[in-house]
Ligand binder design. Structure first.
Ligand code: 4AD
Ligand code: MG
Length: 466
């Protein structure tokens, strides 16, 4: 079959066959090539699974001399008999009767059979998907995305494609990237000298979205249960191992739902995704347990099997104060938790995911439902070991007067939110939702230390290559 014609057979499919026999074709990239006198061993990967398939080449091959020049990185198509492998850890191998060298590899191919640092691999993001680690990460990422859609679709949630360009700041935190087609060196100006955005592309100021929540609330007011799954953008200058400027967020939103219902869904949701990935990516997960984080599999299994802890913010503050720990950042009622506090709670105090609820209103977004105490809001954050905040959510303020008061307190201009306020005028219901940071989820599942290594092309301050 010509190299450009799909054979439909994958390494994954071939390795999971019940028995040997028959002529097969494998197409992929050579991971390792070992050439000895009368035989060559080529390990071929097509990305379909963690393992590669070994192709054995003998001198009978018409182009044996050329095959002896095959190196790591070459693209080949190999055909031959599928036989039981003598080598350990391999079920089958291919006894090649033909090998086509489809794409040669130049001598300076940067991926050699040694361990490269993750920092180095980030500089070659166009090649790193071919490595064991990034390959496994991206397969787990794909499987997790599938499991997420599965969870919501099975429960009748409607998938909403929320917009990427917006005029309103969904979090009210001012971390927006501006979208404009005005010439930065010579923008049109108004009489008072400020930039005239009425002459910009959209006739107004526009930004990349920080969250699809507000549009999800629109949809929940018609479809009851909805979710979004899309890219979000934050211009926060955080150079940490848990922050990206572009990341993917999953945001369910449910009408006729309070914070308890919201927490129940969040817990069932995480359990579903972890169980699915454990079941469908056993080899990738075994690799993470072996090379990245010894406890990777146990941790996920433990979470699937045990209920999450739930604690109010006020009590969590007391736990931190009583811990006797000297934290780098202060613990005091009214201050937001830092990642060291979140990790202490989940990792050491509870040793499992913990949902912290009812945070002070002053440190949370304007749209959260105000409790009767006048101080706290019906917020919830799901904290997990190592990563800290994995999910942030809340019951929403559905009372028009309270919402208007909260927006005034937050000094938000209500004009861009006119439609959001309208929802409180026309059939408002108690409703709730949450946002899961998809990369934090993948980071947590794989044990990868840096969030830049769980997204194919990370965007962070100072870097947007590829
Ligand atoms: O807590 P956040 O800011 O909540 C929202 O955006 C709400 N609108 C969600 C909702 O209720 N529908 O963000 C939600 C999650 C966080 O818990 C975190 O996992 C992730 O998004 N996140 C980030 N992930 C990577 N890089 C960043 N800069 C992130 N900021 C938030
Ligand atoms: Mg948050």
């Amino acid at each position: 079959m010509p190299a450009g014609v799909r054979s439909g057979e994958t390494v994954r499919g071939l390795l999971s066959r019940e028995r040997e026999g028959g002529r097969v074709e494998v197409r992929g990239w050579v991971r390792t090539a070992r050439h000895s006198k009368g035989v060559s061993f080529l390990e071929v990967s097509d990305g379909s699974c963690f393992a590669g398939l070994q192709v054995v080449a003998a001198p009978e091959l018409a182009n044996f001399e050329a095959v002896r020049g095959v190196k790591t990185g070459c693209a080949i198509v190999a055909g031959g008999e599928l036989v039981r492998s003598q080598g350990k850890g391999q079920s089958f191998e291919v006894q090649a009767d033909a090998i086509e060298i489809v794409g040669e590899v130049e001598d300076d191919y940067p991926l050699q059979k040694k361990r490269h640092s993750f920092e180095f691999l980030r500089t070659i993001a166009h090649l790193r998907p071919r490595t064991n680690t990034i390959g496994a990460v991206l397969r787990v990422r794909s499987a997790a995305a599938h499991a997420i859609h599965e969870f919501f679709q099975e429960r009748g949630f409607l998938l909403l494609h929320s917009p990427i360009i917006t005029a309103s700041d969904a979090e009210g935190a001012g971390e927006l990237f501006r979208v404009t087609t005005l010439d930065p060196s010579e923008p049109p100006r108004t009489e008072d000298g400020s930039v005239d955005s009425t002459r910009d592309f959209f006739g107004r100021e526009a930004f990349l979205t920080v969250s699809g929540q507000l549009e999800a609330e629109i949809a929940a007011s018609a479809f009851t249960d909805v979710y979004t799954f899309g890219p979000t953008f934050r211009a926060e200058n955080s150079n940490t191992s848990r922050h990206l400027a572009e990341f993917w967020m999953v945001e369910p939103e449910m009408a006729f739902c309070d914070l308890e219902g919201d927490m129940d869904v969040a817990e069932a949701f995480l359990k579903h995704v972890f169980a699915a990935v454990l079941e469908r990516c056993p080899d990738d997960m075994a690799f993470f347990a072996q090379r990245i984080d010894k406890t990777a599999i146990e941790t996920l299994q433990h979470i699937v099997d045990t209920p999450f802890e739930r604690v109010a913010y006020t009590e969590a503050v007391e736990i931190l104060e009583r811990s006797g720990r000297s934290f780098e950042f202060p613990v005091e009622w009214g201050l937001d938790f830092q990642s060291e506090h979140e990790r202490f709670l989940a990792e050491e105090h509870y040793e499992r995911p913990v949902v912290v609820t009812d945070y002070p209103a002053s440190i949370k977004a304007f749209y959260m439902y105000a409790n009767d105490d006048g101080k706290t809001v019906r917020a919830m954050d799901v904290l997990v070991p190592k990563v800290g905040e994995l999910i942030g959510g809340s019951q929403r303020e559905h009372r028009l007067d309270v919402l208007e008061r909260r927006m005034a307190e937050a000094e938000l201009d209500t004009d861009p939110y006119w439609w959001y306020l309208d929802l409180r005028r026309y059939g408002s219901t108690p409703h709730a939702g949450f946002g899961l940071g998809f990369e934090r989820l993948v980071q947590f599942m794989t044990g990868m230390a840096n969030i830049r290594d769980v997204i194919p092309f990370p965007r962070v301050p100072g870097a947007a290559e590829f």
